[in-house]
Structures are given as C-alpha cells and as structure tokens.
Design a protein. Structure first.
Length: 168
C-alpha cells in the first residue's frame, strides 16, 4: 500500500501531509525534530483524505474547527499509539501536564516515556500534543518549536494572546 503526500501552507509554515487508504499517517512541520520515516512506497500526489485533512486544518487555523474527523493511521509502538490515542481526549482550549497524561494511559510513573512518545507523535495538531505542558504550566519541548506551540495554544484560547500572530 502506498503513501501519498503533499505539502500545504499554514500560519505556522508549510506542513507535509501523508496518507494512505488506511488513514492519515503524518502531519509534519517544515522543521521537525523527529521526521516521519519515508519508505520507498511514498509518492507525491493527491488523495481524497489529503483533501479532507487540508480542509479541516484550514478550518482549524481559521478558528472554525475544534476537533478533527479523519481516519488516522499513525505508525508506532503499542505504547506510543496508546499515548497518541490519549492525546485526542484533551479538549480544545485545555492543557494537561505530562503527569496527567501518564495517569490517563494507566502509567502514572512513566512521565518520561509518555513525554518521549508525545514527542514522536506523527500527527501533531490533529492529535494535539501541543496541549501537553509542564507541571508548572510552562511550555516545554515541542517538535514544531515553542513559538509554534505557543501560537496553537493561543489560537485555542488556552493561553492569552500575545503579539505572536504567525510563526512562519
């Protein structure tokens, strides 16, 4: 099964979207700490799911969408997938700490492992890893960079707006 990808523009810079018939595989920032592994089966092109993802991301950035309705097919370990699934339960405009996320996945002492899985999330924004913050409320590491995390949290109203309106 091949993976089709395209790049879209967004207020936070270009985003690579990748999907197959099984679902959305990746949303990747232009500069990514952990790029998604590309296989020989990857090719640039169009796919109905990429069109849906593009539209839903546009609606999100325009403030008209609070959640995503897309079939997802992230690739990772069973533990990573459990953490990524838990990210979907963090409501729009709210944040949780790494400790709270660890408790949600039934591993309350595994904050570091949960943080590592969170950092490898191949579907940021759609699976909102930006909503996970430090126990003291600080913005901690983010694959798209802290200014992007701040922008997304401000967009959702989880942080008061600063003068940061676009990151690109």
């Amino acid at each position: 099964m091949s993976t089709i990808y395209t790049t879209i523009e967004s207020p936070i810079g270009p985003l690579l979207l990748a999907a197959g018939d099984d679902g959305l595989h990746a949303v990747e920032f232009h500069v990514s700490r952990h790029p998604v592994r590309r296989g020989d089966d990857w090719r640039e092109g169009t796919h109905p799911l990429l069109d849906r993802a593009r539209q839903q991301l546009r609606e999100y950035f325009d403030g008209k969408r609070r959640g995503f309705d897309l079939p997802l097919a992230p690739r990772g370990t069973a533990f990573q997938c459990t953490v990524w699934h838990a990210l979907a339960s963090i409501p729009y405009g709210e944040t949780v700490s790494y400790a709270q996320l660890a408790a949600r996945v039934g591993r309350p002492t595994a904050m570091r492992a949960v943080g590592a899985a969170n950092g490898r999330n191949p579907l940021p924004i759609v699976l909102p890893c930006h909503r996970v913050i430090g126990a003291d409320g600080s913005l901690t590491g983010f694959g798209g960079g802290l200014p992007t995390k701040q922008f997304l949290l401000e967009l959702e109203g989880a942080l008061p707006r600063s003068d940061l309106f676009a990151v690109a």
